[in-house]
Design a binder for this molecule. Structure first.
Ligand SMILES: *Cc1c(COP(=O)(O)O)cnc(C)c1O
Length: 360
């Protein structure tokens, strides 16, 4: 049996990815100039397919970055003059606040206990804050930020930009783009592609903000300034020589997901999450780290084990199945299991059977 990766990212490749990569090698995709028509067609197909798949309105721009980490820096540089507000409910959610501090912004940080999501009442965004940052799916703790809360925040603070970390959630979580201004993801999580490519989706409010800051003499970056990126993207071009292979493969995988149907993908995710959740609840030595079921991620399960997790990880590895350790300080005490579109129902059933029978 080939190795099966339930790691939260990099994870198993989407089941059609290998075929598309082979096609790219055979048809000169990896040799083509990023200034030629072939590349423009690839970028356009990628943007169009992503827009269809996630119902992204045409008013949003689909930009190419190196990964989500880059989007954090770009968003702060281009959309914040002085004050930013961050909902920090885990290690990934907290990273953008750190970057904003490093870029010498005046950050307002709502520190939330790991594995929790704050209530609307707890979120008090100061007048000065220009942006609210949220992590949709905190891959370190398994907390899922409710879509309804994003909508409520949008209604309560309509003048603030809403910036969402969509890594490990997109395209599974059905985001309403009317409630947000920008969202981004890296491809090695739920899209199941090799790492090294990020997609940054922005609306014109973000672009206008960046233009305004630039006009005031604020430093909005160097080679990747938002207004220039958008200008280039309008012609399906990038400023730098991009990851053409990655963009091609993403375009193709997004097309395959469209063919399968996003609703079918989401139904499968629900089924796999349900059988895994039951297995965890019934296991005498395991519990969910996120206690409240309504804010528990379906795509990244974080499970506390009362035995040495390395034993289970090793046991599964001998069967060619890879799961994640805990993230950061939780490395020894948690396991993390990804449930992405590439993981089939049969594969998840097999993993669930092995976990159910396992005793530490
Ligand atoms: C993995 C991850 C990131 C970081 O992605 P990179 O590709 O390393 O930039 C950011 N946010 C979340 C929620 C993630 O899961």
């Amino acid at each position: 049996m080939p190795d099966l990766y339930f790691t939260p990212g990099p994870t198993a490749l989407y089941f059609t990815a290998e075929e598309h990569i082979k096609t790219a090698l055979k048809t000169g995709v990896v040799n083509t100039s990023h200034r030629g028509q072939q590349f423009k067609d690839i970028y356009k197909a990628c943007a169009d397919n992503l827009k269809l798949l996630m119902e992204i309105p045409d008013s949003f721009h689909v930009l190419i970055t190196s990964s989500a980490n880059e989007a954090w820096e770009r968003i702060i540089q281009n959309c914040v003059r002085s004050d930013s507000y961050h909902i920090s409910n885990g290690p990934f959610a907290s990273r953008i606040e750190k970057i904003a501090s490093q870029l010498q912004k005046n950050t307002h940080n709502l520190k939330v206990q790991d594995g929790k999501v704050p209530s609307l009442e707890e979120i008090k965004v100061p007048e000065a804050a220009e942006i609210i940052t949220i992590c949709l799916n905190e891959s370190g703790t398994g907390a899922a930020f409710p879509l309804q809360l994003i909508e409520e925040l949008r209604n309560k603070y309509p003048d603030k930009l809403m910036a969402i970390d969509g890594v490990s959630a997109l395209p599974v979580v059905p985001v309403d783009f009317n409630s947000i201004d920008t969202i981004y993801f890296s491809v090695q999580k739920a899209f199941g592609l090799p790492a090294g490519l990020g997609i940054w989706i922005v609306n014109d409010r973000c672009v206008e903000k960046a233009q305004k800051l630039a006009a005031e003499g604020v430093m909005i970056g160097s080679y990747h300034q938002l207004p220039e990126m958008v200008e280039k993207a309008a012609e399906y071009q990038t400023l730098e020589t991009p990851n053409i292979l990655g963009i091609f493969t993403l375009a193709k995988v997004a097309e395959d997901m469209l063919t399968k149907g996003i609703l079918a993908i989401r139904r499968e995710i629900d089924y796999k999450a349900a059988i895994l959740n039951i297995a965890v609840e019934e296991h005498p030595q395991m519990e969910h780290f996120v206690k409240e079921a309504n804010v528990r991620s379906k795509t990244v399960s974080v499970i506390k084990t009362d035995f040495e997790n390395t034993q289970l990880i090793k046991y599964l590895k001998e069967k060619h199945i890879h799961i994640g350790t805990g993230y950061g300080k939780y490395k020894p005490e948690h396991i993390r299991i990804a449930n992405f579109p590439t993981h089939s129902k049969e594969q998840m059933e097999m993993l669930v059977d092995l976990i159910t029978a396992y005793r530490g």
